[in-house]
Ligand binder design. Structure first.
Ligand SMILES: NC(=O)c1ccc[n+]([C@@H]2O[C@H](COP(=O)([O-])OP(=O)(O)OC[C@H]3O[C@@H](n4cnc5c(N)ncnc54)[C@H](OP(=O)(O)O)[C@@H]3O)[C@@H](O)[C@H]2O)c1
Length: 274
């Protein structure tokens, strides 16, 4: 079956659907005939964007949800089932990054990153799981190359993404015989708002990006990789040439990769090593 027909009438919950990879994925799923549930904190923004997901308002639901709040995750899944009757796919995409050396970091920043990225994924998965088991559906965790090979000045980000990988790899084995698909999806650098929203040492947003966003993979291309991986019911995807090389190098030559990563980040604009 081609990936295009796979999504017809599937009920797909996308967290972090107000921007970037989540929004591009919601739009792609909508264009392929899915019922899409958009979840994020910015409700009005999602409501404005929902027409770009489906022109038929009966096929899109926008839910205000902070994934770090357990009750919001429970309500998100309840509202989805109330409206569409089932859940076929949960895309745990909502995420937050950071940029500060651990020595300078207020620990509340690291806790926030774990609450949103790791606990957000765990909580949404917990409340979607009974429904996903009924449909023999799929759960996705959008992690990062930083979930395989650590990035300096992103302790909270790397820790949370490694943790999501451990959680989902475990869940896959627990449900090996139940028909549940579990996809660990690791984009490489992708153009989005993630670096502007990234938290600095005191918890305030960075408000700028150290990268040339225009040169990165587009969120639309990333979403296309996600759709193809879901249609093939893959369990792991690592994107971009740099991302694949980094993961492979990290496995084969971990100490050399530490030194290469140090040099790479030292060359970044406003490098934390300066
Ligand atoms: N862009 C990259 O280079 C890259 C690379 C690898 C992995 N990723 C991962 O891809 C995912 C999507 O990021 P992006 O690049 O598309 O960034 P983005 O444009 O900043 O989008 C992040 C999304 O997450 C939502 N979000 C943030 N905190 C939330 C919370 N507490 N509860 C619910 N939603 C929340 C935001 O919506 P609200 O602010 O409206 O809540 C927004 O919709 C993240 O998990 C990120 O770590 C990105």
């Amino acid at each position: 079956m081609g990936y295009r027909s796979y999504f017809k009438d599937k009920v797909i919950v996308v967290t972090g659907a107000s921007s970037g990879i989540g929004l591009a994925s919601a739009r792609l799923f909508g264009s392929l005939g899915a019922f899409v549930v958009m979840a994020a904190r910015s409700l009005e923004k999602m409501q404005e964007l929902s027409a770009s997901v489906s022109q038929d308002p009966s096929r899109v639901l926008c839910v205000k949800a902070d994934v770090s709040v357990e009750d919001d995750c429970r309500a998100l899944m309840e509202q989805t089932v109330e409206r569409f009757g089932r859940i076929d796919i949960l895309v745990n995409n909502a995420g937050l990054s950071m940029r500060a050396m651990f020595a300078d970091l207020d620990l509340k920043v690291l806790r926030t990153l774990m609450d949103v990225n790791f606990w957000g994924t765990v909580q949404c998965t917990k409340y979607a799981l009974p429904h996903l088991l009924k449909t023999k559906g799929q759960v996705v965790g959008v992690i990062s190359i930083a979930g395989y090979s650590a990035l300096p000045a992103r302790t909270g980000y790397s820790s949370s993404k490694y943790a999501i990988r451990g959680f989902l790899d475990t869940l896959r084995i627990e449900h090996l015989k139940d028909g549940l698909g579990v996809l660990v999806f690791a984009p490489g650098y992708t153009s989005s708002n993630v670096r502007n929203a990234a938290l600095t040492a005191d918890g305030s947003a960075q408000g700028k990006t150290p990268l040339e966003e225009g040169k990165l993979m587009s969120a639309e291309e990333c979403a296309l990789h996600l759709a193809k991986a879901l249609a093939r019911r893959r369990s792991e995807v690592i994107l971009t040439g740099l991302g694949k090389a980094t993961v492979a190098f990290h496995r084969l030559f971990p100490r050399l990769t530490d030194r290469l990563t140090y040099s790479f980040i030292a060359r970044e604009a406003d490098s934390p090593f300066k």
